[in-house]
Unconditional design. Structure first.
Length: 132
């Protein structure tokens, strides 16, 4: 991950790939590689690695939440909701999962309102009146 911090994302992705050739079941390596793919806007590869990390990581709730965040950034809100549901199912005894899920949902709702406002003059006017 140091390579990525130094701005050598491609080399970091390759290094994670080499590590996965040695141990394909390492969910942390898969997760980090997914994150880097996402940063590089290699969307299909990012999604594939996020899902593989979830599979290898015994359905860890934090991995599901990261996938939900990935989907939110892609505007795939129904997929985001599915991933949030799976995160809660995986870790329903931890309050931080519920907190993180609520934040994702809140941010996704705000994003939807902004997009709708840009497309609809009457929503723009209503937002100005309400002070948003």
């Amino acid at each position: 991950f140091l390579q990525a911090q130094l701005g050598r994302t491609t080399q970091a992705i390759d290094s994670f790939g080499e590590a996965l050739r040695l141990d394909p079941s390492d969910s942390n390596t898969r997760f980090n590689r997914a994150f880097l793919f996402h940063q590089e806007k290699r969307i299909d590869e990012a999604e594939r690695e996020y899902r593989a990390a979830i599979q290898e990581g015994n359905q860890r709730g934090s991995y599901w939440l990261n996938l939900a965040s990935f989907y939110k950034r892609q505007g795939r809100l129904s997929d985001m909701e599915e991933a949030i549901t799976r995160a809660i199912q995986a870790n329903n005894k931890r309050s931080n999962v519920f907190f993180d899920a609520a934040q994702l949902r809140q941010h996704a709702g705000a994003t939807q309102r902004i997009v709708a406002r840009r497309r609809c003059p009457s929503l723009q006017a209503a937002a100005r009146r309400s002070g948003e």
